[in-house]
Write a protein that binds this ligand. Sequence first.
Ligand code: HEC
Length: 150
Amino acid sequence: MKTLTKIAIAAAAVSITATAMAQPKPENFVKQRQSALALIGWYFGPMGAVAKGEQPFNKDDAVRRTSNLVALSKMPWEGFVAGTDNVGNTKALPAIWTNAAKFKDAGTKMEVEIAKLAQLANAGDADGFKKQFGVVGGTCKACHDDFRKQ
Ligand code: HEC
């Protein structure tokens, strides 16, 4: 009985490992990057009203949004695996893979500028924050212009 239990546990462990190691399907890579980018839009977009002066700067909200953005800004890139330029409803352009260095650079720029935005939020620097919002927005646009279907 004891041996059988051990075997059962060992078999379960093997199947869990097999599941964890399974290669995601191409459409799941697309879902991964689109989900991360959709969340980046979700946390970033509403701060535009603050940058335009339509809403007052609120430090707690800015800290919450930018700390989420710091984590999210690192996530989309692993979803851009080769061979997923024509999968599902993706708007990814083939240039992402033919000009990979430029794409990576565009992604790094966004990460760096988002980190600065988070620092300004944490410092409660409303004016700096509003200016930096535009800089981050510029990194989004630059990449979309070159690498996303319009
Ligand atoms: C390095 C390139 C790059 C940067 C930087 C970038 N994006 Fe994108 N973004 C893309 C690509 C490529 C897609 C299309 C992905 C797909 O459909 O597979 C996309 C898609 C999106 C989407 C649509 C997601 C969905 O629902 O399918 C949103 C929203 C978005 N980006 C917002 C942003 C915002 C906001 C920023 C800046 C803070 C940003 N992106 C920065 C490349 C980038």
